[in-house]
Design a protein around this ligand. Structure first.
Ligand code: 6GU
Length: 252
């Protein structure tokens, strides 16, 4: 069971994406729970102000420390516990990866702070010992979409959330490589046939073909992943052959 507490100025954004599909099924099965908390509710001044001008000048607004720290401290009362972690969604953070998601899925409780505007007062992550997390090298208007991505990625890793244990096995087996291409009926469509090997019923050949397709795709699209992938001797031989063929093609 993992519990997510999201701190945001736009709690309404979460209902749609998290109310459908995998995450909602996981919630109904009692494997995951989430709640979005409006930071404005924790501002004590008359107008519930949550942002202010940056010290030192410059453009934009900064999210105030006080309401945010009060929000997280009132909701996440067990913040000191080792199975609780506070995350700050920001483009300056550590990049979210499957490996980080797996580590986070072992926590009992995650607090997610969604930044907006130019950023969050630096004392927020400092006081809450929040880990900064980004979902990639591009700029979103706020951390909300990033928080939803993180929740979906982590929720899928909670034991029991994915229905098909075969799919999980396959995922972990081909870990570190891109997936092979998929086909379903009809055998021919738009003048293009599904590869014969997939219709052959020969499981060993199907396995070999898929593995080689995964290696080929990874080499062509994400060669950086091959440095970290778990490869056996047959994989390395196949990659060497592919590289030789590509070199020959480029010399023609
Ligand atoms: Cl976590 N926040 C924002 N504002 N932009 C991002 C991001 C987060 N991750 C990638 N871009």
């Amino acid at each position: 069971m993992v519990r997510f507490d999201v701190f945001t100025l736009f709690p309404g954004m979460f209902d749609g994406p998290l109310g459908d599909s995998i995450v909602s099924r996981a919630v109904r099965a009692g494997l995951v729970s989430w709640q979005a908390h409006n930071i404005r509710d924790y501002a004590t001044d008359k107008h519930h102000v949550t942002d202010d001008l940056p010290y030192g000048g410059g453009g934009g607004m900064v999210m105030k420390a006080e309401p945010l720290v009060r929000a997280v401290e009132s909701v996440v009362e067990d913040r000191g516990s080792p199975d609780v972690e506070v995350l700050l969604l920001t483009p300056q953070g550590d990049r979210l990866s499957q490996a980080l998601a797996r580590r986070l899925s072992n926590r009992r409780r995650l607090a997610l702070i969604c930044g907006r505007y130019e950023g969050v007062d630096e004392r927020v992550p400092q006081l809450l010992e929040a880990r900064p997390v980004s979902i990639g090298d591009y700029v979103l208007s706020g951390g909300e979409l990033a928080a939803m991505v993180l929740i979906e990625v982590v929720a899928r890793l909670v034991p029991g959330v994915l229905g098909d244990p075969d799919a999980t096995f396959e995922d972990s087996h081909s870990e570190g490589l891109l997936e092979y291409p998929h086909y379903t009926r009809p055998a021919e469509f738009g003048g293009i046939s599904a590869p014969d090997v997939l219709l052959s019923g020969n499981h060993a050949q199907v396995y070999r073909w898929r593995r080689q397709q995964s290696l080929r795709r990874t080499l062509l699209r994400r060669p950086d992943m091959l440095d970290r992938a778990r490869l056996d001797d047959a994989d390395r031989d196949y990659l060497a052959e592919l590289r030789r063929n590509l070199d020959e093609e480029s010399q023609r």
